[in-house]
Design a protein around this ligand. Structure first.
Ligand code: XIL
Length: 370
């Protein structure tokens, strides 16, 4: 098949040439290679990415890249409570609907993220939840946001980041506004409301800090298994989302991680990597070396993860370095350079990290029919 010439490809070629000296193997990033989702599909897996409404509407190069690489999208923040109901009762779904429309019109799967999260809570909520009718406000929120997209969302992150051992609460639960006002049953209650609002959706518990080999993450894994077991016994949870915000320099122990995945799978819970990216802030400035180290770190993690058959796929937290949350706040590189945490560079060219994901998907065992 003759290669189509388009502006994106020319940029891709330039990016490829720039990176070649640093690459250890031949033409790693062949331009006509299928996108990540196409490779995932061959294995019965999914590849997707988080998107924001604005670039989906206004950045054609990014939009095309999403359509080339992804089979699923998830809004970065448009479905969070702080965005949908900043002012009590004035619910707005314009931005999340724009993302949902994009998914529908291009045949992409859609994830919902996140019905209940301790961050991005509207200013009016903490006080309201503490009142006698606080419980109905909590449940109405879940019914409302999940119900809004009923029939259109494959999977919902119903509760996000409910575990924090440092808070010293029973079950290592995070001492969030939800725990403080509703008690520990808030988690099950959110799942019950989500099930009622969208019975066809797969309901996920989503969290971070279960990837690395530290005593702190050991405790987080232990608490996560206990929580998932509890929710599973009540038939409330279908899946566990492992965020997978990696950081080069952290200690990854493939055996320990695989054992954890098996323990989750043994509960009958599906697993998805939901927010995959690789923080490069400990690495040197040189782009070639940085990209290789990022790709190597990712590959170890992805090979272990995708080998477990309960793992259903990979969702990256963004797609191109043009839009990564790691250029903001505490995550910024100390030298001020921009992060290279995602599979495509700022010009939408495929990077060694893209290649690492592609090879990990290619190496994964084929999943049977769902
Ligand atoms: C982040 C978004 O990427 C940012 O744009 C936003 O300002 C804050 O939230 N874990 C999660 C995500 O579950 O919702 C977070 O997303 C990243 C960490």
């Amino acid at each position: 098949m003759a290669a189509k010439i388009d502006p994106t490809r020319r940029v891709t070629l330039a990016g490829l040439a720039a990176g070649l000296t640093a690459l250890p193997l031949g033409p790693l990033l062949a331009l006509d290679e299928p996108g990540l989702h196409a490779r995932a599909l061959r294995k019965g897996l999914v590849f997707g990415c988080a998107v924001e409404a604005r670039p989906i509407q206004a950045d054609g190069a990014f939009r095309d890249a999403v359509l080339r690489e992804a089979g699923l999208i998830v809004p970065t923040f448009e479905m969070k409570w702080g965005q949908t109901e900043a002012n009590r009762g004035a619910t707005t779904y314009d931005k999340s609907e724009a993302i949902a429309d994009f998914a529908t019109s291009h045949g992409l799967k859609l994830r919902g993220h996140a019905a209940i999260w301790h961050q991005n809570v509207p200013g009016w909520v903490p006080e309201a939840l503490g009142k006698p009718d606080g419980n109905s406000i909590f449940a109405s929120h879940v019914l409302d946001v999940v119900g809004q997209f009923r029939g259109r969302i494959a999977q919902w992150d119903v509760v996000n980041e409910a575990i924090e051992p440092k808070d010293g609460q029973p079950g290592s639960l995070r001492n969030s506004i939800f725990l403080k006002t509703q008690g520990r049953s808030y988690i099950a209650e959110a799942f019950r409301a989500a099930r009622a609002a969208a019975p066809e959706a797969q309901l996920y518990y989503n969290d971070y800090g279960v990837e690395y080999a530290t005593p702190y993450e050991d405790e987080r894994r232990r608490a996560t298994l206990a929580l998932l077991g509890d929710l599973r016994r009540q038939r409330l949870v279908d899946g566990f989302g492992i965020q997978g915000h990696l950081k080069v320099g952290n200690n990854f122990d493939a055996e320990r991680f695989r054992r954890f995945l098996r323990d989750v799978a043994d509960l009958g819970v599906a697993i998805l990597l939901t927010e995959f990216d690789v923080n490069d802030s400990r690495l040197e400035a040189d782009v070639g070396t940085r990209d290789i180290k990022v790709a190597d770190h990712a590959r170890q993690f992805l090979d272990a993860a995708l080998d477990e058959r309960a793992v259903k796929g990979v969702v990256a937290w963004g797609l191109s370095d043009r839009y990564t949350w790691l250029n903001t706040g505490v995550f910024r590189r100390p030298d001020g350079l921009r992060s290279r945490s995602l599979p495509l560079d700022e010009d939408m060219a495929r990077k060694p990290l893209w290649n690492a994901i592609a090879r990990a998907l290619d190496g994964a065992p084929v999943r049977g029919p769902k």
